[in-house]
Design a protein around this ligand. Structure first.
Ligand SMILES: *[C@@H]1O[C@H](CO)[C@@H](O)[C@H](O)[C@H]1NC(C)=O
Ligand SMILES: [Zn+2]
Length: 438
């Protein structure tokens, strides 16, 4: 199966893009591509991201554009970079563009090209860990500002770029600290753009909410007994009831996805991630004994509109009832409501002037937008939404296979350059949004 997968990926890649694609860029565009490659070559993958080298590079880039830039260390060794272009009316709420510096690890042996070499092949594909997720957007933000500044554009609202550590490991020392800081409050942020995902079609994807990540741990106890005996009230038997109840629920959710009535990100996912039970023996486990304790863990993802009290009642009554000797922990891994108790959802209709301006700007750049989606996983945008700030996930990568966290992550040079143009439209429109409307 993995071999087949790798093989089919190689076949896919060898035909992607179609032969005959040409590339002829201006010297300025070639320089922009080189700057992307330089950033991609800095090893910011976990478990040991080189934040210092990334900070040096990004601060130097920002200063070369004439932007104000500083590094804040909420946690020693984990710099968060704040780059600012003051608007002509700094009293207006500002625009914040966010990107994380870190990336997930890579297995070099499974890649066509070394994952930190940022090799650009004849077809224009730039292979690197972080090419899609999400180091490209940091460079695109900067290059869009460089172009706008060179063209004499002056934003009315201040434009800020935050380049944050640790998104891939939960953001506790990154975006979570940032939004809670005095520095963040002082930015008076009115709207945030954060990372999105590649789109295999010619329509850009845009995300208005993330699912909220939870962990569910169920522990069962019961009478121990000989492996041969049938009896009620064993720990394993109780836990199997739990697993069956959850499996039925999981199926009811998955069926809605398979039938097409809901997107995967619009249902509650509950997936088992570990089981712990049994009595160890020198050769494995004692096989003729039913244990008195057993435990199972689930990854749970909740769409932003989930009624938590309904879910908790379901767990209390059906999944882990106390009368069956079960106890559970439901652990919140990310916010589900903002600081005013509202679901973490950014409106994507005319009620939100930021959305209208964003949408028009993307269309004006020649891009197309797919129907707004909820992201199945999470991004740092959840921390901004938690502060009550409207935030969209958007990475302008159309006609691009979705390769985040995958082997052979790449971005086409032409897609990267097109994205800079899209951001120029979006940033100029959003930073010009008049006071009355937002
Ligand atoms: C609960 O556990 C106790 C022992 O730990 C056992 O005697 C009893 O039968 C169990 N009850 C149920 C409903 O599992
Ligand atoms: Zn990311």
């Amino acid at each position: 199966m993995p071999c087949f997968f790798v093989y089919s990926l190689l076949v896919f890649l060898s035909f992607y893009p179609p032969p005959g694609a040409t590339s002829s860029f201006t010297p300025q565009q070639e320089e922009q591509i080189e700057r992307l490659q330089r950033y991609l070559r800095i090893r910011t993958a976990h478990p040991d991201p080189d934040y210092a080298a990334a900070a040096d590079f990004l601060l130097e880039e920002a200063r070369s554009i004439g932007l104000h830039a500083l590094a804040i260390e909420f946690v020693p060794g984990k710099p968060l970079l704040l780059i600012s272009w003051p608007g002509s009316d700094p009293s207006l709420p500002s625009l914040l563009l966010n990107s994380h510096i870190d990336s997930v690890p890579a297995e070099p042996s499974r890649w066509l090209h070394p994952p930190f070499a940022a090799i650009r092949d004849a077809a224009g594909r730039i292979f690197a860990r972080g090419a899609q997720d999400d180091k490209s957007i940091a460079v695109q933000y900067l290059e869009a500002l460089r172009n706008l500044k060179a063209a004499g554009f002056v934003p009315a609202r201040s434009v800020h770029i935050s380049l944050v550590p640790d998104e891939e490991i939960g953001g506790a020392d990154g975006a979570a600290r940032f939004v809670a800081s005095e520095q963040f409050r002082a930015l008076n942020v009115g709207f945030v753009l954060d990372e999105g995902q590649a789109s295999p079609t010619d329509e850009f994807r845009v995300f208005y909410a993330d699912r909220s990540p939870w962990s569910l741990i169920v522990r069962a106890v019961g009478a121990p007994g000989h492996g041969s005996r049938m009896f009620d009230g064993g720990a394993m038997e109780n836990l199997m009831d739990c697993v069956q109840a959850i499996a039925r629920f999981r199926e009811s959710q998955f069926d809605q996805v398979k039938s097409g009535s809901k997107a995967a990100s619009e249902v509650i996912s509950v997936n088992p991630v570990y089981m712990k039970a049994g009595t160890p023996s020198p050769t494995g486990f004692v096989m003729n004994m039913q244990p008195s304790e057993a435990e199972v863990g689930f990854d749970v993802r909740l769409p932003p509109t989930t009624d938590l009290s309904v879910l908790k009642r379901r767990i209390d009554e059906e999944w882990a009832p106390n009368i069956k000797n079960m106890t559970y922990q439901l652990i919140l891994k990310g916010p589900i409501r903002d600081n005013k108790g509202r679901p973490l959802v950014t409106p994507t209709d005319e009620s939100n002037p930021w959305w209208s301006a964003f949408k028009q700007a993307v269309l004006a750049s020649g891009g197309k937008l797919a129907k707004p989606e909820i992201l199945s996983s999470t991004t740092d945008a959840r921390f901004m939404r938690q502060m009550g700030i409207p935030s969209l996930g958007f990475s302008p990568m159309a006609n691009t296979p979705i390769l985040l966290h995958d082997h052979n992550e790449f971005l086409m040079d032409s897609v990267f350059l097109k994205g800079i143009k899209v951001y120029e439209h979006v940033i100029s429109a959003l930073s010009s949004l008049p006071e009355t409307s937002a």
